[in-house]
Design a protein around this ligand. Structure first.
Ligand code: SF4
Length: 452
C-alpha cells in the first residue's frame, strides 16, 4: 500500500498520518491515530517491532494520545503502511483533514460515569463527510464536565452529572484551514452554549458567523457546533445512563501512579518526554496482557494507562515500572520537562534536547515547565513555557515566558545555563524572582526594567 506524497515539515496547520507522512530531516514521520486512544497488547507489541524495523527505534506518544514513528525511509513507507494495516491501523482519509476528530477522555468507560465512547463514535461518523474540509488538526475534546481531557481543542463537549452537556468553542471560529495552529485550551475565554436532554439545539445561542459569509468548508465548520449539540442531545436522550452522584475528582491531571477504579485499579506510567523504547512497549504490553485485560490507553500527558488491573499485582507493578525508568510519581522532576527528540534523532536539531533537559532537571523545577527544543520549530510544545531553551548554532537561545519561535534574551551553552540556574536557585527565590534574576543575568541592561 502506498500513500500520498510526504508533506514537508515546514507546512503548518496540518497533521501527519500513515498515508500522509511528514518529511523531516531524519526521514519520514508516520503518525498513528488509535481509535479512542486505545491499543491492544498485540498492537503495542507489533508497533515495537515495526519501530525497530522501519523507524529509528523508539516511538513517541503525542499530546493528543497518538503514536509516531520517526526516521522511516521513503522506500519503506509502503511496507510499513501494509504492516500497520495488519495491526488494524489504517488511515481512511489520505488527502486532507483530520484522521481522528474526537479526543476522548482516556478514562471513558472506566470511571463509573456515563460511557462516552458511543458518543465519540457517533460524532466521528456524523462528521465523516466533512472531514476533508476541516483543518488537519481540528479536534473536539469529549469528556465529563470538570474532568474533560486537558487537550488543545477547537470545540469541547462536556457532559455533566445531570446528563446535560456544555459545548464550548475556541475564540476564533470557524478555524482557518491553513492558519498556524495554536488553539487555546478550551474553557479559556470561549463562547459557551448549553444543550439539554430535552433540547435539540443551543437555546438562546447562535454560533458566531464570520463576516463576510463563509464559503465551502468554513461554512460547514461554522454550523458544526449546532450539529454537534444536536448529536449530543440525541445521544443523551437515547442513552440515559447513570446519574453520577459526583464529579470525578480523584484522578490527577497528569495521570500518574495507581488510579482508583473500583476493584480494578489503573496503572498510569509515563515515559520521559513521551518517548517509548521498543523494550518499554513490549514491557507495557506484557503487563497489560498478564495483569490487565489486554488493553492500553494513551493520555494527553503522554502517559500510558493499563486499566482493569489485577488488584494483587498493582503494587508490584508500580515498583517494577519505577525501576524500569517510567515516571510514576507526580513529584518526579521529569514531569515538568518537555523536549523534542533533538540530536541525534532529528537532523534539524542543533542540540541533544532530551539529554540536556535531563541534565538541567534538578535546577529547572523552580521555573515550572521547561521546554527544551532542538531548533526553533518547537515540535514538542507550541504553547509558551516559563523557560524555553532553543537549540541554535553556538548553544541555546533562552526564552522566558515564551515559545521556541520567540526571540531569545541571549544565547548560552548548556553548561553556562546550568551554572546560571544553579546560581539563581541557590538564593531560594520565588518563581517570579527566579525568572527576573535569570533575565538580569542574561541581559544586565534589562535590570532596571525587571521586577525584583
Ligand atoms: S523541534 Fe526538535 S524534533 Fe522538531 S524539527 Fe526541531 S529539532 Fe527536530
Amino acid at each position: 500500500m502506498s500513500g500520498a506524497a510526504p508533506v514537508p515539515a515546514s507546512r503548518r496547520g496540518w497533521c501527519p498520518g500513515i498515508a500522509r507522512p511528514m518529511a523531516t530531516g531524519d526521514g519520514l514521520l508516520v503518525r498513528i491515530h488509535p481509535r479512542h486512544g486505545c491499543l491492544t497488547t498485540a498492537q503495542l507489541g507489533g508497533l515495537a517491532d515495526l519501530a525497530e524495523r522501519y523507524g529509528n527505534g523508539p516511538t513517541d506518544v503525542t499530546s493528543r494520545g497518538n503514536l509516531q514513528l520517526r526516521g522511516v525511509a521513503e522506500a519503506d513507507h509502503g511496507a510499513l503502511s501494509d504492516a500497520l494495516a495488519g495491526l488494524g491501523f489504517i488511515d481512511d482519509l489520505p488527502a486532507t483533514g483530520p484522521q481522528r476528530i474526537v479526543f476522548l477522555d482516556p478514562l471513558a468507560g472506566l470511571d463509573g460515569l456515563r460511557d462516552l465512547r458511543p458518543l465519540a463514535d457517533a460524532i466521528e461518523a456524523a462528521l465523516r463527510p466533512l472531514r476533508a474540509k476541516l483543518p488537519g488538526k481540528f479536534c473536539i475534546a469529549l469528556g465529563h464536565e470538570g474532568t474533560a481531557p486537558a487537550v488543545a481543542a477547537d470545540l469541547e463537549v462536556a457532559v455533566d452529572a445531570d446528563g446535560n452537556a456544555v459545548v464550548r468553542l475556541r475564540d476564533v471560529w470557524p478555524p482557518e484551514a491553513d492558519a498556524p495552529y495554536s488553539p487555546p485550551t478550551c474553557g479559556e475565554g470561549l463562547g459557551v452554549g448549553v444543550t439539554t436532554k430535552e433540547g435539540g439545539c443551543l437555546p438562546g445561542w447562535t454560533p458566531p458567523l464570520p463576516n463576510p459569509p463563509p464559503q465551502g468548508g468554513r461554512e460547514q465548520a461554522a454550523g458544526l457546533p449546532v450539529r454537534i449539540a444536536a448529536l449530543v442531545s440525541e445521544f443523551l436522550a437515547n442513552n440515559p445512563g447513570k446519574r453520577s452522584p459526583r464529579q470525578r475528582n480523584d484522578v490527577p491531571a497528569n495521570y500518574l501512579g495507581l488510579l482508583p477504579a473500583g476493584e480494578q485499579p489503573i496503572l498510569a506510567v509515563a515515559p520521559a518526554f513521551g518517548r517509548l523504547a521498543a523494550a518499554d512497549m513490549r514491557r507495557l504490553a506484557g503487563w497489560a496482557g498478564r495483569h490487565g485485560a489486554g488493553e492500553l490507553r494513551l493520555t494527553p500527558s503522554r502517559a500510558v494507562l493499563i486499566p482493569h488491573l489485577d488488584r494483587g499485582a498493582a503494587d508490584g507493578l508500580m515498583r517494577e515500572a519505577r525501576a524500569a525508568g517510567f515516571i510514576v510519581d507526580a513529584d518526579d522532576p521529569r514531569v515538568l520537562l518537555v523536549a523534542c527528540p533533538g540530536r541525534p534523532a532529528c537532523r534539524s536539531a542543533f542540540a541533544p534536547a532530551q539529554a540536556d533537559a535531563l541534565r538541567l532537571a534538578g535546577v529547572a523545577g523552580l521555573f515550572g515547565a521547561m521546554h527544551v527544543s532542538g531548533c526553533a520549530k518547537g515540535c514538542a510544545r507550541q504553547a509558551p513555557a516559563p523557560l524555553t531553551l532553543v537549540g541554535e548554532a553556538g548553544g541555546y537561545g533562552v526564552v522566558l515566558d515564551g515559545t521556541a519561535r520567540d526571540a531569545p534574551l541571549a544565547v548560552r551553552s548548556v553548561a553556562e545555563i546550568e551554572t546560571l540556574l544553579q546560581a539563581v536557585v541557590a538564593t531560594g527565590p520565588s518563581r517570579g524572582e527566579a525568572i527576573a534574576a535569570l533575565a538580569r543575568a542574561l541581559r544586565p541592561e534589562l535590570g532596571k526594567e525587571m521586577p525584583r
